[in-house]
Ligand binder design. Structure first.
Ligand code: MG
Length: 272
């Protein structure tokens, strides 16, 4: 997982970011789109950078200005389509990122939509459901899927929401660590619940919160509570054939070292 603004906030031009991804020995990934300007020059820079480094991008994640993951209450108040004050601009931004991704031949959009009410009669639930329908339809026009990042709700609530939105190109970007970090369920059970909807996955790990309602702690892959061996085995058993996208949300040399170890771990588990 890498970002247009750099690798997790480390500013760099497209060519440098793509070369850095390639130097890890991987040939595919997901791109987070933070660059405010998605005009022709940005498209051209990314097209050349991805082509020259032989990187295929599975999906694009719109990054929204003003989101904060500093705590669970902050997350509920600022992330995704839920905050009413930024809802319209983020909907428009999603369309812009979908269009940008299409120009790069990327077949999917994915994002955290935020902490959606679990009351299906709540007007806020209905507003988000209708917005997600519009985003799905825009993506369909660009021959793209739209994937909801997991973690902020139970798998059962997510499955119900997908059924309510009722769009064939809607699915899940399954992040097992988020289930643990947010305290929203046991990831392998959750994967069973949403197995028919998985479009893509994040390989990320973490430990459970010590106090209910607080964050757990993200860890290097294999060092947390997910159980990577069980996770990869479960992906095989549900017939998942997509990429294993590593997400390591720290910066600097340690991020690179942890990603290298994660690649080695996933290659071992994949071969089992
Ligand atoms: Mg994730």
């Amino acid at each position: 997982m890498f970002w247009t603004g750099g690798v997790l906030g480390v500013e760099a031009p497209a060519a440098e970011i793509a070369a850095s991804v390639r130097s890890l020995g991987v040939s595919c990934g997901q791109i987070g789109v933070h660059a405010p300007d998605l005009g022709d020059a940005t498209v051209d820079a990314w097209r050349s950078a991805l082509d020259e480094n032989g990187i295929t991008v599975e999906s694009a994640f719109p990054g929204f200005t003003g989101e904060s993951y500093a705590s669970i209450p902050n997350c509920a108040a600022t992330v995704g389509y839920v905050p009413p004050a930024t809802r319209d601009e983020r909907e428009q931004r999603s369309y812009a990122v979908s269009d940008f991704a299409r120009k790069l031949g990327i077949g999917g959009l994915a994002t955290h939509i935020g902490c959606v009410s679990e009351d299906r009669a709540d007007p806020e639930y209905i507003a988000i459901r209708d917005l997600v329908r519009r985003v799905c339809d825009h993506c369909a026009g660009n021959d793209q899927t739209f994937a909801l990042e997991t973690g902020q709700e139970s798998a059962t609530a997510l499955k119900e929401f997908i059924a309510d939105v009722d769009r064939p190109n809607l699915g899940v970007n399954f992040d097992p660590a988020n289930m643990i970090l947010y305290g929203s369920g046991e990831p392998i059970e959750a994967l069973e619940t949403v197995k028919d909807h998985v479009i893509s996955v994040h390989c990320k790990d973490g430990t459970r919160p010590e106090v209910k309602g607080e964050w757990g702690k993200e860890t290097p892959l294999g060092a947390g509570d997910v159980g990577m061996e069980r996770f990869v085995a479960k992906l095989k058993s549900i017939g998942y054939r997509g990429s294993l996208t590593i997400e390591r949300e720290i910066v600097g040399d340690q991020q690179r070292a942890d990603i290298m170890e994660a690649i080695a771990l996933l290659n071992r588990l994949r071969a089992q």
